[in-house]
Design a binder for this molecule. Structure first.
Ligand code: CDT
Length: 329
């Protein structure tokens, strides 16, 4: 365990990129998607990036929008049972050649014969890959949105609860190059608890890929409002945890279903320092001062000095709302 006061304070910087992917159509091959990621990795490296954040489920279309009862087909088309796999190896090779690390999301299948309980398992996963091409960290998405049942009346499905299990690795933080880095995936960004658990482990940068539909599945909502909420969350979570936030979208029309872009890099001050403007493949880069959050962590958000966990019990004891007015108990 490292004491927070022993962070190295010398000029610690990391040039970071968010590499947003435009749409990946259902028909597009994994090989083609990986070629696009490799192109963006090269673009980011040419602009000085040392670390590139790619989206959630980056090698395929966002398949949870379709109901499919043929699990073998789903597994074959969308899941990876090894990483790197033959299709994804070029991304790892290019990263190693360029000396650039990356975060990428994919659908992970753990075959029954490799699973401790002998069950095939499926997760929505992100990995952290070092500049030498080695996988040094893994996160399996914990806040799975949507539903598990078929909703034929809906314009589209959001079947993450059908296709994936809840992640079983917690919220780990990794020492990555010169920084302490945590990973989240898409819907996790709506849950302050996820960020706080990373903050309590000293995270200085939180990386996250997402696929967010422009339309609300559940009720009509103006798309601009959805983007405003996305930016609001990124800025609030960055500031309240004094972390850099790097969020990368898969965006645009996939087989007619639109997802918003607005990939962002947010400073620990809560300010947006870079943002995409398209719904296509697009790279944004920022030279991050890793010590920028230190003043906040020392003062306003000195967690050791100011948190009161003795009053936060409900957060872990209770999942949903139970109305308990203090004057009615
Ligand atoms: N991929 C993902 O987690 N998307 C969710 C939308 C869920 S809508 C039922 C998000 O929070 O962006």
């Amino acid at each position: 365990m490292t004491d927070p006061s022993t962070r190295q304070s010398a000029d610690r910087r990391m040039v970071v990129a968010a590499a947003q992917l435009g749409p990946v159509q259902l028909e597009e091959s994994r090989e083609s998607a990986v070629t696009r990621l490799v192109t963006m990795l090269r673009t980011a490296a040419a602009r000085g990036a040392e670390f590139v954040v790619f989206p959630e489920l980056a090698f395929t279309t966002f398949f949870p929008r379709w109901w499919n009862e043929d699990q073998d087909e789903v597994d074959a088309r969308f899941f990876e049972s090894s990483m790197p796999s033959p299709d994804t190896q070029p991304l790892f090779d290019t990263a190693r050649d360029l000396g650039v690390g990356f975060y990428v999301g994919y659908a992970e299948l753990v075959p029954a014969d490799q699973s401790p309980d002998g069950r095939t398992r499926r997760f929505n996963t992100a990995i952290l890959v070092a500049p030498n091409g080695e996988i040094i960290g893994k996160y399996r998405k914990i806040h799975l949105p949507g539903h598990a049942d078929h909703k034929p009346e809906a314009a589209f499905q959001h079947l993450e609860k059908r296709y994936f299990e809840v992640g079983d690795l917690g919220f780990p933080v990794y020492r990555f190059m010169d920084a302490l880095v945590g990973m989240l995936i898409c819907n996790d960004r709506r849950w302050p608890e996820a960020y706080r658990v990373l903050g309590l482990q000293g995270a200085e940068m939180v990386t996250l890929g997402y696929n967010t539909p422009t339309e609300n599945l559940h009720y009509p909502e103006p798309p601009a409002q959805r983007v405003a909420q996305h930016l609001l969350m990124a800025q609030a979570m960055a500031y309240q945890n004094a972390v850099w936030v790097v969020q990368s979208a898969k965006a645009g029309f996939e087989n007619g279903f639109r997802m918003f872009g607005n990939s962002v890099i947010v400073a620990p001050t809560g300010e947006v320092v870079a943002k995409t403007t398209s719904e296509d493949d697009e790279v944004i880069v920022h030279d991050c001062d890793l010590s920028l959050g230190d003043d906040l962590r020392r003062t306003m958000f000195n967690l050791e000095a100011h948190r009161r966990p003795e009053h936060y019990g409900l957060i872990v004891e209770r999942t949903g709302v139970r109305i308990t007015p203090a004057n009615e108990i």
